[in-house]
Write a protein that binds this ligand. Structure first.
Ligand SMILES: Cc1cc2nc3c(=O)[nH]c(=O)nc-3n(C[C@H](O)[C@H](O)[C@H](O)COP(=O)(O)O)c2cc1C
Length: 381
């Protein structure tokens, strides 16, 4: 079965972050500038630390591409680290609460936690963002789009317009990847206050995917359910501690009559994705039974506040077992804007994988033909 597999390699202060992308259809046009634009967005956001001033992420494509189109074969995407000093970087012996440090030291029998944190670091997500940018190019071939924005930072909630073009326009004009300029001012003030207090902030990201054909994913086996796959992809992002789809946790407090989306049919609404089936509400967030249902996929992710604190929490020295403050590594105050770009990439990669599984992935032409055959048959249901 055709399958999209994305793996990353590389340490935060190693020579590079690498993404291996296997299973893309041949013949897909790849726009390097669009990959670089997403890498730049991942580096941005008010409240970031010093690392982002050092790095100027750009993708190098080492394999799988000829004359701007994918070849039949894996792609290797490389993002070099300017701040490359892995051998020189000092030993870490005081584990930072909220990090992989202590659990990794015990699990890997590794007293120098530098050997854990270098790979646990969110620098790894540069690889996932580069791969996700290519996944978005594949989705665009089928008229599908994925967009994530920030809807909360700490105590400050934002309003996201229902009109997605307007949401994107406002998001792209924001330093915090949020579509609400009023809330953005309060968010920046909250980040400044956290910085002054030696503290950090988290937040919430909302991701919407539109134009997807209904029936992506499957109800037949738990491993293939698209809601579960999306949750896993997003939950695996560093510092993401909650994922909800549609109403999510709020659905638990309502009766069923106020949760489930009635089904109607309107021949005039026969678009590529909806096929004429209309739903007055989208509380399911576009997923029923582990499959897309033709409505926008709506997913939210909760990011915890950054773990490394300027005023470090209590910890111990692993060598002496005596109490000491946790180590301090140069750090962000708030990285929710960057996480939105990563959520977008993770969702796009999972959705592109589901498209490849449904329509076959040897060549883009074959995939498009299979899509059209399926679409015509679905219209005749
Ligand atoms: C874009 C992004 C940037 C991050 N930057 C930092 C940072 O500067 N300092 C820090 O302590 N944690 C940062 N984190 C979070 C840690 O990488 C993460 O909390 C840690 O690896 C432990 O993983 P867990 O929170 O998923 O359990 C960042 C996360 C993301 C997504």
């Amino acid at each position: 079965m055709a399958q999209l597999i994305v793996r990353t390699a590389g340490e935060s202060h190693g020579p590079a972050i690498v993404a291996l992308v296997e299973g893309l259809p041949a013949g897909l046009a790849v726009d390097r500038a669009a990959i670089d634009a997403d890498l730049a967005r991942r580096q941005g956001g008010y409240g970031r630390g010093g690392r982002q001033q050092i790095e100027k992420d750009r993708v190098e494509i080492l394999s799988g591409l000829r004359r701007g189109r994918t070849l039949p074969g894996p792609m290797v995407l490389v993002i070099r680290n300017r701040d490359s000093r892995l051998d020189e970087a000092g030993e870490v012996s005081r584990p930072r609460p909220g990090h992989a440090d202590l659990a990794g030291a015990i699990g890997f029998l590794e007293p120098d936690m530098r050997n854990i944190l270098e790979r646990a670091s969110a620098r790894e997500t540069a690889g996932r963002v580069a791969a996700g940018a290519v996944a978005k190019m594949l989705l665009a071939e089928f008229g599908a789009e994925v967009m994530a924005c920030v809807i909360r930072i700490g105590p400050v909630a934002a309003e996201a317009p229902a009109d997605l073009a307007e949401r994107r326009r406002r998001r792209d004009a924001s330093d915090l990847c949020t579509p609400d300029p009023e809330a953005e001012k309060a968010m920046k003030a909250a980040i400044d206050a956290a910085r002054d207090a030696g503290d950090t902030l988290g937040g919430v990201i909302e991701c919407v995917a539109t134009g997807l054909p209904p029936g992506l994913g499957t109800h037949t086996q738990w491993t293939g359910k698209l809601d579960g796959r999306l949750a896993r992809a997003v939950m695996s992002i560093q510092a993401v501690k909650g994922v909800e789809i549609g109403l999510g946790f709020a659905a638990a407090a309502r009766p069923g009559s106020q949760v489930h989306d009635a089904i109607g049919y309107d021949a005039k609404a026969r678009g590529r994705a909806t096929l004429g089936f209309v739903r007055p509400t989208n509380n399911a967030g576009g997923l029923e039974g582990g499959m897309t249902n033709g409505q926008p996929v709506v997913l939210r992710a909760a990011m915890k506040p950054i773990s490394t604190l300027k005023r470090p929490l209590a910890s111990i020295n692993l060598k002496t077992k005596k109490g000491e403050e946790a180590s301090y590594e140069r750090s962000d105050i708030c990285a929710v804007a960057a996480a939105a770009v990563i959520v977008e990439a993770a969702v796009a990669t999972e959705l592109a994988g589901a498209m490849i599984e449904k329509f076959g992935g040897d060549s883009l032409r074959q995939m498009k033909d299979a899509y059209e055959v399926w679409r015509r048959a679905a219209q005749e249901l």
